[in-house]
Design a protein around this ligand. Structure first.
Ligand code: CAA
Length: 262
């Protein structure tokens, strides 16, 4: 595996790619250099036929405490605009087709919260700390927080969070539907649960899994009518896959399907 400076990669279970943000001295602040490595690792897992789903996690204290404030401080409007600052952050949501689970312990602030929101599923510990504190720095969220948080928890709550910069807990993230599972234990239990779910996803037909992710994501962008039509077309399309025949005949024969991922 490639040598990275700010992340670790491993495959803890068959079909599962694990990326651990590993810049502990800066609470995993998401510098451009870190993001370049993250995108590289994500792309490699996305292309890897042996990997079916991906988990992104951080440390015990921080998933990620946001964009790197020291790197951002000297930016000007023209440098941020002309270099399209943090454009590489869109790679995960735009290009990665396999499901990505965020396993959040500790701080997920600013860009860290936004990174979690870009993932397809969020698991967190009850005492994780989410928030969009950019207002305290004289800016606003810049990696989709105002849009994705609104879709996740509604306008009033998002307005309050972004305008006050107040944090919310992992427990609240679960109650509000930001996270789909809240773990009472620590990082080990969290990671175990996330990896287990990733392993389940990786055990299914890769073709069907990618289609499932694509249709759910379309619901965030299309009207209901267009979204249902899009789903129907892709559903029809899956009858052209070998895995549809394999899955449905295995059911009839009361056997486990042996996916070809074709
Ligand atoms: N960028 C750069 N460095 C950071 C950082 C960040 N976002 N967050 C923490 N660090 C660094 C600190 O500077 C400190 O480094 P030094 O030891 O060299 O001084 C180290 O990590 C430890 O941090 P603290 O001493 O502050 O630790 P703490 O336990 O007192 O507090 C914390 C932890 C609450 C996470 C606090 O560090 C904090 O508030 N961090 C900033 C959170 C933030 O504002 N994030 C939003 C960034 S803006 C953004 O993300 C824009 C966007 O939408 C894309």
């Amino acid at each position: 595996s490639p040598t990275y400076s700010y992340i670790l990669t491993s495959s803890p279970k068959p079909g599962v790619g694990l990326i651990t943000l590993n810049r502990p001295k800066a609470f995993n602040a998401l510098s451009s250099a870190l993001f370049k490595e993250l995108n590289d690792a994500l792309s490699k897992y996305d292309e890897d036929r042996d990997i079916g789903s991906i988990v992104i996690t951080g440390g015990e204290k921080a998933f990620a405490a946001g964009a790197d404030i020291k790197e951002m401080a000297p930016l000007t409007f023209s440098s941020a605009y002309s270099t399209n600052f943090i454009a590489p952050w869109s790679h995960l949501a735009k290009e990665i087709r396999k499901p990505v689970i965020a396993a959040v312990a500790g701080y997920a602030l600013g860009g860290g919260c936004e990174l979690a929101l870009m993932c397809d599923i969020i698991y967190c510990t009850a005492n994780a700390t989410f928030g969009q504190p950019e207002i305290k720095l004289g800016v606003i969220p810049g990696a989709g927080g105002s849009q994705r948080l609104t879709r996740a928890v509604g306008k009033s709550r998002t307005m309050e969070l972004i305008l006050t910069g107040k944090n919310f807990s992992g427990k609240e993230a679960g109650e509000w539907g930001v996270a789909s599972k809240v773990i009472d234990g620590g990082k080990d239990e969290l990671l175990e649960a996330a990896i287990q779910t990733a392993e389940t996803i990786a055990s299914y037909s890769r073709v069907a899994v990618i289609a499932a992710k694509e249709v759910v994501n379309k619901s965030q962008e299309l009207s209901l009518r267009e979204g249902v039509d899009f789903e129907r077309r892709l559903f029809h399309g899956l009858f052209g896959s070998k895995d549809q025949k394999i899955g449905m005949s295995a059911f009839a024969e009361k056997q486990q399907p042996q996916w070809k991922n074709e």
